[in-house]
Design a protein around this ligand. Structure first.
Ligand SMILES: [Zn+2]
Length: 260
């Protein structure tokens, strides 16, 4: 069985002590590819260093919406130039987060537009973080798609998708995938209902490690090998075998990220 963790922050200090073991456990579980979204400039460099150390790892470049508060134009220029690195396979993670701090919405939106334009110009997928901001994200992406000379290049993932279900058709129409992770295993999160109308061809798996560990590890450090638990739960929800889930979601991720 081949699994792909499309979203893991394994460059963070939570993995400093035992990263080799974490990657060995991932391999032993069938996780052959791990994609690392960035949160700031430093993390892009950290992820690129890991790509040099381990095979099957790929990095992304962007500034996380919550980190745009202190980000400068020079930071975005660095994101742009780092996108030229062959191990950068996406622009991420971008998006909007209205949960913690509403004092810099305008800055978050500015960076979302910059990241969307960068993804289109570099022909890379765009990875989106959303908290309570799906309507603005969808509106901005539609606007950027309309003004673009290459609208067909806009694609990516709504990472950690958990609804609301009514945005599913808009996300599909934009050509985006749904990143499904540990919250699928949470009892009261409602994720199985939220993805009821999402076809298997639009789903990719993720962990968001070290965050959002699936049951029975909920509350503990998450790691890429746990993507298998997400695959098992999705198999249950869809009435499929876990092998079929692994096969389809891995093909989806390979197609989206142009992985060999
Ligand atoms: Zn993330």
């Amino acid at each position: 069985m081949i699994l792909i963790d499309t979203h893991a922050h394994i460059y963070l200090e939570q993995f400093a002590e035992d990263l080799e073991d974490v990657i060995t456990r991932a391999r032993d579980t069938g996780v052959e590819t791990i994609l690392m979204p960035a949160i700031d400039i430093r993390s892009i460099h950290q992820a690129l260093e890991l790509c040099d150390r381990f095979s099957g790892l790929f990095a992304m470049a962007a500034i996380h919406p919550s980190d745009t508060k202190t980000a400068s134009d020079e930071d975005f220029e660095q994101v742009q130039s780092l996108c030229q690195n062959a191990n950068i396979i996406a622009v991420g993670e971008s998006g909007l987060d209205y949960h913690w701090d509403r004092s810099f919405d305008a800055t978050q939106k500015k960076f979302l537009r910059l990241h969307a334009r960068l993804a289109i110009s570099e022909d890379l997928p765009l990875i989106l973080h959303n908290r309570e901001a799906q309507d603005d994200i969808i509106r901005i992406l539609k606007e950027e798609k309309e003004r673009s000379e290459h609208p067909e290049r806009l694609r990516g993932i709504f990472h950690c998708f958990g609804g609301p279900p009514h945005v599913v058709p808009d996300i599909m129409e934009l050509g985006f995938h749904f990143g499904i992770g540990g919250t699928l295993t949470f009892k009261n999160a409602g994720v199985p209902d939220a993805i009821n109308e999402v076809p298997m061809e639009a789903i990719v798996l993720e962990t968001d490690a070290p965050f959002l560990a699936p049951v029975p590890h909920r509350g503990k450090r998450n790691e890429p090998s746990h993507v298998r638990l997400v695959a098992e739960r999705l198999a249950e929800v869809r009435g499929m075998t876990v092998d079929a889930v692994a096969e389809i979601t891995s093909q989806n991720a390979k197609r989206l990220f142009a992985l060999a």
